[in-house]
Design a protein around this ligand. Structure first.
Ligand code: B4P
Length: 191
């Protein structure tokens, strides 16, 4: 089974594109953001603990998301592969994912990185706040913190993946349809 990472700063279009790409290629879409928000909505113990971290725009502990992903991989059937959206977010999560996949005779096949200008990121998230009501979209200081956390903690994964020859930058500016076509063009080669 193939394993794709869809990568980029908050607002770059990861979630938007992942839903469509997963449907087109029969991939299991794994969004750690969605999984965490489901825990918060269900008011589980985990959700209560994670809520304040997410509302500040910080990352939740690595072990929490690694555990969530492992159980999803093992319960997935009848798919061509996996599309990881918003995961990994740190080099430690990347190493953990590689180990998980190696144990199951799989690997990360490609890391697709959406490249979007800073002002466009903020504009998209501010616009989404009206519809999503997500507390982490409603405050521009929190949006800026999420982008800063991405640059500091998440972006180093690019260098890690570049060295492995799996890094693929993708222009993330333009219409949702144009970006979808670009991403699908790269992914087709693996399917
Ligand atoms: P996520 O849910 O991953 O949220 P995100 O970074 O904001 O990206 P998302 O995928 O939702 O948005 P998209 O760019 O598609 O994470 C939320 C929080 O959860 C994190 O801050 C963190 O606290 C925690 N978390 C999640 N995973 C974690 C992990 N692995 N480790 C630790 N913590 C973790 O879209 C944004 C908006 O842009 C949308 O409204 C969309 O319609 C719009 N848009 C997209 N493409 C567009 C285009 N081409 N033109 C115009 N608008 C566009």
């Amino acid at each position: 089974m193939v394993n794709f990472l869809i990568f980029g700063p908050p607002g770059s279009g990861k979630g938007t594109q992942s839903v469509r790409l997963a449907e087109k290629f029969n991939l299991m879409h794994l969004s750690t953001g969605d999984m965490l928000r489901a825990q918060i909505a269900a008011e589980t113990e985990l959700g209560k603990k994670m809520s304040s971290i997410i509302s500040k725009g910080e990352l939740v502990p690595d072990e929490v998301v690694i555990e969530m992903i492992a159980s999803k991989i093992d319960s997935t059937k009848n798919r061509a592969g996996f599309l990881y959206d918003g995961f990994p977010r740190t080099v430690a999560q990347t190493v953990a994912l590689e180990k998980m996949l190696n144990k199951r005779a799989m690997k990360i096949d490609s890391m697709l990185v959406l490249e979007v200008d800073h002002d466009e990121l903020v504009k998209r998230l501010v616009l989404r706040a009206d519809q999503s009501g997500r507390p982490d979209d409603c405050d521009t200081a929190v949006i800026e913190n999420r982008i800063r956390v991405y640059r500091e903690k998440t972006e180093p994964i690019i260098e890690y993946c570049r060295k492995k020859g799996i890094y693929q930058p993708v222009n993330g500016m333009g219409t949702i349809e144009d970006i979808f076509k670009r991403l699908a063009g790269y992914m087709k080669k693996f399917l």
